[in-house]
Design a protein around this ligand. Structure first.
Ligand code: ASP
Length: 337
């Protein structure tokens, strides 16, 4: 090799090494020290939207209480070394059972006066995923989503086929009446009265993302969808890459908001890809998507990256949310304050 050629080669190698993507997978790109990693971290949400600040004190207290309990469950499990996949399922199950949220018990009404539930879970270690949609009798959709991931050859099951799979798996079943809450019924009646086609009052979707002690990320999301949605409508929650996504190389994301917008903009995977391909941090990527790509009022995301950095970003007046990590942080909030 001539001297000129070898100096060009050295210059090229230098250029390449300086342009290292910050989100390179473990073991690669050792040029810059990585930020200190939290041993574990978790973020949760209970939906984004217009949440009136003047909700009765008792109701407010119930929301805060449910968020704290959900976050404590996750914190304890992660502290004890539980895998993030197990933790996000456990936390989402708890929130599905809490009537305050639009998932499981407390799910909103469709335009046919029924409840149709969607959920998804994703393992950041393997990028295995499971999703279900249009469930009508499954008490905890997130658990069925996980079973689709672990006990079927598929990623996504819907409607009658998903219900039959639930029977085969022996998961707990309930009547449609189980999902009833007066609050959601009243909201549906208001939506009907306004003859609104969809949306508006559906907040209360639940989600969790976590990093465990082994360094693995996971995401889980569950919802009844939007109030007065057309029956048969599928939202973003079970669409992998729209409302739910996890990849150890970048982040775990769970979204909430106007599902159609999150599907059109493949929100969850957009955050991950900005990290992977544009070298953005989780915070930069999540803000760019929520504040730059989506319309104001569309919703928000929670996320965690492999260093245990959490983000809770939304463009609505409020988002039920919380985050905790190994540094002792433990906080829940609803509005922007
Ligand atoms: N994203 C959910 C859906 O569109 C609703 C919500 O998060 O409030 O089904």
């Amino acid at each position: 090799m001539t001297a000129a050629r070898s100096s060009i080669l050295v210059a090229l190698l230098l250029a390449v090494s300086c342009a290292r993507p910050p989100a390179a997978p473990e073991g690669e790109g050792a040029e810059e020290p990585e930020p200190a990693r939290q041993e574990w971290a978790i973020a949760i949400h209970g939906g984004a939207g217009v949440i009136p600040k003047d909700i009765p004190e008792e109701e407010k207290a119930q929301y805060f209480d449910a968020l704290r309990q959900a976050l404590s469950l996750g914190r304890e499990a992660l502290e004890q070394g539980a895998p993030s996949l197990e933790v996000v399922e456990k936390v989402v199950r708890f929130m599905e059972d809490a009537p305050q949220f639009n998932a499981g018990k407390g799910a909103v009404f469709t335009n046919a006066g029924t409840h149709e539930l969607d959920a998804a879970i994703m393992d950041g270690r393997t990028r295995a995923a499971g999703a279900v949609s249009g469930l009508t009798t499954v008490k905890n959709p997130i658990t069925l989503a996980r079973l689709v991931m672990t006990d079927s050859r598929h990623v996504f099951l819907v409607g009658a086929g998903a219900e039959q799979f639930a029977t085969e798996m022996g998961v707990e079943r309930v009547d449609q009446e189980y999902f009833f809450t007066q609050k959601r019924y009243d909201a549906w009646q208001r939506a009907l009265a306004r003859e609104r086609g969809e949306g508006g009052e559906g907040h209360g979707t639940v989600g969790a993302v976590a990093l465990d002690r082994a360094g693995n990320l996971a995401a889980a999301t569950s919802t009844g969808g939007l109030t007065n949605k057309r029956f048969g409508r599928v939202g973003d929650v079970p669409v992998i890459g729209a409302g739910t996504y996890a990849d150890n190389a970048t982040c775990a994301i769970s979204a909430t908001g106007k599902g159609e917008q999150f599907i059109r903009n493949t929100v969850a995977v957009d955050v991950a890809h900005r990290m992977a391909y544009a070298g953005q941090s989780l915070e930069e990527a999540a803000r760019a998507v929520i504040e730059g790509v989506l319309e104001p009022g569309d919703g928000g995301v929670i996320g965690v990256d492999r260093w245990g950095t959490t983000v809770l970003v939304f463009n609505t007046p409020g988002m039920f949310r919380g985050a905790a990590d190994a540094s002792g942080r433990f906080a829940v909030a609803i509005w922007e304050d």
